[in-house]
Design a protein around this ligand. Structure first.
Ligand SMILES: [Zn+2]
Length: 117
């Protein structure tokens, strides 16, 4: 099941926010199915609303991250992409990219983002 393809961070967060919306609607739908039990329905609808509100927060967060992301032209597919942190992947071709010359050519490792050299 492990997905070894490295994904662009902004794209990954966006997918997460989108799935949160679906999860939220799913939970609210379950709430409608159990509407005979009023308190249970309320709990599901509140949980669903929390998931949807949270996804809006995540979308807002993506907006903030995007302003901090570095826009670059991918050397492989020559499309404009944005990268977060020292290493990230291209949004289009998933080519691993780095801003740090010392990491160039090294094996791709997400931990470079947290390590301080
Ligand atoms: Zn690319």
């Amino acid at each position: 099941m492990a997905d070894i393809t490295y994904k662009n961070k902004i794209n990954r967060i966006r997918t997460f926010a989108l799935s949160l919306i679906f999860i939220g609607f799913g939970i609210m739908y379950i709430g409608l199915l159990v509407k005979k039990v009023e308190w249970l329905m309320l709990i599901f609808i509140i949980l669903g609303m929390i998931a949807i509100v949270f996804s809006t927060v995540v979308y807002f967060w993506i907006g903030l991250l995007s302003t901090r992301a570095v826009p670059i032209i991918c050397p492989t597919c020559e499309k404009p992409t944005k990268m977060l942190g020292r290493v990230d992947a291209c949004m289009h071709c998933k080519q691993p990219l780095t801003l740090d010359k010392s990491l160039e050519g090294k094996e791709f490792d997400e931990s470079y983002n947290s390590k301080r050299s």
